[in-house]
Each structure stands twice: as C-alpha cells, then as structure tokens.
Write a protein that binds this ligand. Sequence first.
Ligand SMILES: [Fe+2]
Ligand SMILES: [Fe+2]
Length: 301
Amino acid sequence: MNAHLVSAYQQCFAEPQRSQRRLYEMAKRDQWNSDALPWDRLDFSSLPPPLREALSGLCAHVHYGEVASLLAAARAVEQADDSESRLFASTQVIDEARHVEWFTRLQQKLAPPEPPTVHETVTALVDSVYASSDPDELCLGMQLIVEGLAQTLFQEAARALRGIDRTLCEASPGSQDAPTGPASAAGLLADWLSNYIARDESRHVAFGVVQLGQRLRRLPSSRIDALQAKVVVWGQLLQAIPAAFEPRFATLGIDTLRLAGDCIGDLNLHLRQAGLEVQLAPPTAPYVTSAAAASSPGSTT
Ligand SMILES: [Fe+2]
Ligand SMILES: [Fe+2]
C-alpha cells in the first residue's frame, strides 16, 4: 500500500482541524461562477487609451500571478498536513482556476494589441516563490506574500475603478445607466474584484496564516530563522514591484506609496499572526503618484 495515501485516508478520521474546517465551509458557501458577470456589458472601446493600456498592463501581471497561484495551490493539496487542510487547498485550486478564467476573459475584452509582457519585478518574486520545493517556504511565499499582495492590490484596484467610474459618469452624464460603456464596465469590474476575487484571496491568506502558524510550532529554530531570512529576500522583491508600476498606477489613480505601505503593513500583520517575528520596513521610495494621480484620466480628486 502507498504510505502517503494510507496516511491521507487515515487523516479523514482524525480530530478535525477547526480553523481549516471553518475556512473550508466558507469556501464551499462562497463559490461563484464568472459566467454570471454580464461580459457583454463590458465595453472598453471608448475608454481613454492610456487608461485602457494601464488597466490591461496591470491585468496581465495579475494574470501571471494567478496562473502561478493555481499551480502552487495544486501542489499544496499534495503537501497538506491534515484532511481539512487538504480539502481547503482543493477549494483554492478551483478558486484560482476561476481567477485565471476571469482575467483571461477580461484581457480578451480589453483586447490589447499584443499580449503585454510581464515585468521582471513580478516574475522575480513570483518565480522565486513558485520554485520553492520546501512546503513551509511555499506556504509562506505563496499564501502570505503573493496572495497577500493580490488581496491588497485588488481592494485598491477596486477603489480606483470606482473612481474612474465616477469620473467618466461626471464627464458623460447618463452613461452609467447605459447597458454598455466604459463607466458601467469600470463599476462592474470594481464590484467583482472586491465582492468575489478579493474575498477569495482573503480566505487564501487566512489559510496560509493558520497553516504556517501550526507548522512553525513544530519547526526547530534554525528552520524558523531560515524562513524569516526568506521573508527579507522576498520582501525586497515585493518592494520593487510598486515602483516599477508607478506610471500605470498613476494613470489608474492609484497612489503607489499608499499601496506599497498597505502591502507591507498587511504582510507584517500576517507574519505576526502566523508567529514570525520578522517585520519589513515601510516603503520609503520617493513615489510621486500623489501629484501624477491628480492629473490622470482615472483621478478621483
Ligand atoms: Fe487568485
Ligand atoms: Fe488566491
């Protein structure tokens, strides 16, 4: 008999892990179908070209991260410590599959002239995390750092899209009532990002905090030190991303310094919740988005 299968089978009858069970029940309850989004109402053809390019470029990079998350989640099913974690990780696979499908369809709607290339700051972080062969490292890098970045970014992107929606509606009164058009499209995207996709990501981060916290209690201090050193390395890669995207963020009306600060602040909170002592310093880069965003097409100010 296969020892791994026997162990996974026997774990089904062990004392349930309550936190993972609760997250699994939430995941089953909150399943959604991207077919429900009225895709035929999404018309970006009259969106100002710089705004459309910035949105498409941002989507391309998120899309790359979602593909990595899907493949990593499939690995996490295999590496799960207990039955409830295995069940939850399985729901994360279908969540990420849905996200990949959603961003693929969105990119098709945005119809960039060429598929945007993925910036090296994003591949540096995502590829490094994805290359982790150690389950604890993969959990730390994917569930806390990459998923956390996605969760924070989606909330900020939704806020920016609502600002774009308002700006376009003011520029063209009545456009929000139209069945198609850039204003209704931006508002729809904002709603789906925050109500569905970001909610999934917050579950994935919560699972990472719980799972990593349990593993840390079983690890020797030398392994914990190695994980904390990895946080510093990945944290530096994470910090490089907002600066590289500053022009796009400014076009979308996203304040890069605030976004970078929120990403680091949220990550530090999740590290503490998992039981790691390492904390990343807040961003100090001389971002200029406040002024740039104020004059951008997507500005809400
Ligand atoms: Fe995702
Ligand atoms: Fe996720």
